[in-house]
Design a protein. Structure first.
Length: 357
């Protein structure tokens, strides 16, 4: 169980780590695990932001009870209905029968497919609505197709915290802490590239749309709380935003082509050209490289020089090496919506409606 961690004086992290799953959504390798993040706002009315995968519901409920004891949860805000964030809703409702659920119209279309028995205590919100929980005031930003049709962000104007669903998420479990400044953050930037490419990739225009929407609102933001990965603060969020902005524009990263043996070529980014003395490799210089990603089908070889001395340093310190990324994707027939009957068709229909707008 993660130690009790507060994001602000009244917002707590109640998420969990999954270090046992080999493949995310039965597709994407998880060499460093993944976190399912949930947040609790303790006010006159207690509000929970999203839940976690049902496999970790007991740990999740212990996290909550450690903070509020036997108090009720008054509101559940659903920012995203994917099973790793909605899987515990049924059990939560049974534990807290007076719980009111906040979501948008599309949220409740999906909720009905997952939990047909939950038909009451539903509060439908739009971007014009605001919910007061006491001192805290929550407003909502619709973010369709980032990366599901029903996705929305929740903004707490009292503490200037943005709950961003899967946006700005990363793979990787949260070990020891959850806030970016308390973690080995470089590791999570690398996992952010993998997460975006695997999960959000094809929805770049929708990501750009919601990024623009957030910027235009000029909201003061002190923390960004995603459903996966670190809580972002001024320490690391600017770079995280830059990564999402770059990838959603489909902009390539600057780098160099490396001539290997047998006429084969690889690609190396600037940060992986850095030598142990801090200087960077130059054109026509001969250097040693390590393959950190290889895709036979995509004819892609990603190289690193810096990973060679980083691994040697980690070996000397007894630390585990970073993943090389040499992982193959299995061929499976499973959607990111899980096994709920009929939900794939519903998602496709909603996607088509969004594209027509």
């Amino acid at each position: 169980m993660i130690p009790q961690i507060s994001i602000t004086d009244s917002i707590y992290y109640v998420g969990v780590n999954d270090r046992t799953k080999d493949l995310f959504e039965s597709l994407w390798p998880l060499p460093h695990g993944v976190s399912y993040n949930s947040y609790l706002i303790v006010d006159e009315k207690v509000t929970l932001i999203d839940t976690v995968d049902i496999c970790y519901s007991e740990i999740f409920f212990r996290q909550i009870e450690r903070i509020i004891g036997d108090k009720d949860i008054d509101y559940l805000v659903i920012n995203h209905m994917e099973p790793d964030h909605s899987g515990s809703i049924g059990m939560l409702k049974r534990r807290y029968p007076n719980l009111q659920i906040i979501g948008n119209k599309k949220t409740f279309n999906m909720l009905k497919a997952y939990y047909p028995d939950i038909t009451e205590d539903l509060i439908t919100v739009t971007e014009k609505d605001e919910i007061e929980t006491g001192k805290h005031k929550l407003s909502f930003i619709m973010a369709p197709m980032v990366h599901w049709p029903e996705v929305m962000f929740t903004y707490d104007s009292t503490d200037s915290v943005l709950f961003s669903a899967d946006a700005f998420g990363t793979f990787g479990s949260l070990d020891g802490h959850v806030i970016d400044s308390k973690l080995d953050i470089e590791h999570f930037y690398e996992e952010m590239y993998r997460y975006y490419s695997c999960i959000v990739g094809k929805y770049g225009p929708f990501v750009q749309k919601v990024l623009t929407k957030v910027k235009e609102k000029e909201l003061p933001i002190k923390a960004v709380c995603s459903t996966h990965g670190p809580v972002w603060t001024d320490f690391g969020f600017e770079r995280a935003m830059g990564i999402y902005d770059q990838l959603s524009r489909y902009e390539t990263e600057k780098g160099a082509v490396v001539a290997l043996e047998y006429g084969v070529e690889g690609f190396v980014t600037p940060k992986h050209l850095v030598k142990e003395d801090g200087t960077s490799g130059k054109q026509d210089e001969k250097m040693m490289f390590k393959v950190i990603e290889f895709s036979k089908g995509g004819k892609k070889i990603i190289l690193s020089h810096s990973r060679i001395f980083e691994d040697a340093r980690d070996d000397a310190a007894g630390k585990p090496r970073k993943s090389s990324g040499k992982l193959q994707m299995p061929q499976v027939e499973k959607t990111t919506l899980g096994d709920v009957t009929g939900l794939e068709e519903l998602k496709a229909k909603m996607e088509n409606e969004e594209k027509k707008k």
